[in-house]
Design a protein around this ligand. Structure first.
Ligand code: HEC
Length: 108
């Protein structure tokens, strides 16, 4: 049997495997929820290519100087460096951009 995953299934798997432990869809616990991050990012980067480029590069190398969520850095401390590769981070960022987390969450 072969795995027949679409690009967005793949992004979803990667997100759930790597990010959800800290970034729950709709609720901020030890880190901002992914919805909060997405909202903030969409203000600065409304275009998908900019959103994906900035997020994947930032997550690959989290730094206070390049954070666009300084209030979150103060509140939770800077996100740790986690050795993700850029290609996976692009898949994840695309998935985040394309997913309506409020809607997804209701279906759970
Ligand atoms: C060990 C916990 C942890 C994991 C795992 C984690 N994060 Fe974070 N992340 C944080 C914390 C804490 C913050 C808030 C402080 C900050 O912005 O640095 C944050 C902030 C962010 C931000 C905001 C950036 C900014 O401008 O400050 C983005 C985007 C982000 N995370 C994406 C991701 C993605 C995508 C993944 C999965 C690949 C991920 N995170 C995995 C803890 C985590």
């Amino acid at each position: 049997m072969s795995l027949n995953l679409s690009a967005s299934d793949y992004g979803s798997l990667l997100f759930h495997g790597n990010c959800i432990a800290c970034h729950i869809e709709t609720k901020a616990v030890s880190a901002p929820s992914i919805m909060q991050i997405k909202e903030k990012y969409l203000i600065s980067f409304p275009k998908k290519e900019d959103f994906v480029a900035y997020m994947s590069e930032w997550v690959q190398n989290p730094k206070e100087e390049t954070s666009i969520m300084l209030e979150a850095v103060k509140r939770y401390e800077l996100m740790p460096y986690l050795h993700y590769d850029l290609q996976s981070l692009k898949e994840i960022s695309t998935y985040i951009y394309e997913t309506d987390f409020a809607k997804e969450h209701k279906g759970h």
